[in-house]
Design a protein. Structure first.
Length: 230
């Protein structure tokens, strides 16, 4: 137990700046051969100063048995309250190890995002770790992020995400989630589930409510995602 606590505290202490949303999807290291999917993500964050609403609409396809590609349209609510397309994102997920073959399962994720209106970019590389512990699963994501562009300062960032999940039944799996970024450490409950239809057809859903604990003041984030895989 001391080993896991030391690892988690070390990763949190390595946090850098993160101008974007720290609370997002916790990635798992698995890819299903020939899978295709449609995905929708919703995120709402409320602080004492702002109320941010963002959505992602994505389509993905695994052209190889251990690599999947996905493209997203990113929409955000602007300062006038209108919702509009704000960025494009391209993502590659790589399942490094075969599921269950080693002590833990490993994967990686690569992302690049371009803002729609200006030449601002964000590229990230993430390491994915997942370990089954009895009827529970521990998943950790560690991201190195580089931002540059026309109206932003070039800089490196780091983000950390953790999910400790109880595999109650496939359709309902409660969890505790932790997120760390620039001046942000948040924790809260999460839920996810899988409803299998037939063959590779299934619906995955997940949700979480994260509260910042690093600073005083209100900072609550609600996240929700649903995927249809076929």
């Amino acid at each position: 137990m001391l080993k896991w606590s030391s690892i988690i505290l070390l990763v949190i202490s390595c946090q850098s700046l993160a101008d974007g949303m720290v609370v997002d999807k916790v990635y798992h290291p698995y890819v299903t051969v020939n899978e295709r999917e449609f995905e929708w993500r919703f995120m709402s964050s409320q602080t004492d100063q702002s109320n941010v609403l963002a959505q992602r609409f994505g389509y993905g396809h695994s052209f190889y048995e251990n690599v999947a590609f996905e493209v997203y349209l990113v929409g955000e609510r602007d300062e006038t309250g209108d919702f509009q397309l704000s960025a494009y994102e391209f993502e590659t997920r790589w399942m490094i190890t075969e599921q269950g073959k080693y002590w833990a399962d490993w994967g990686a994720v690569f992302e690049i995002e371009k803002q729609k209106s200006v030449n601002n970019y964000e590229a990230s590389v993430g390491v994915i770790f997942e370990k089954e512990i009895g009827i529970t699963s521990l998943t950790m994501n560690l991201f190195a992020i580089r931002e540059w562009g026309q109206t932003i300062e070039s800089e490196w960032e780091t983000e950390f995400r953790l999910q400790y999940r109880y595999r109650y039944i496939p359709e309902l799996q409660p969890s505790i989630e932790l997120y760390s970024g620039e001046d942000f450490v948040g924790i809260g409950p999460g839920f996810m589930g899988v409803y299998r239809i037939e063959g590779q057809k299934q619906i995955k859903w997940e949700a979480g409510f994260i509260t910042e604990v690093a600073n005083s003041g209100k900072n609550h984030t609600l996240r929700f995602a649903i995927e249809y895989e076929f």
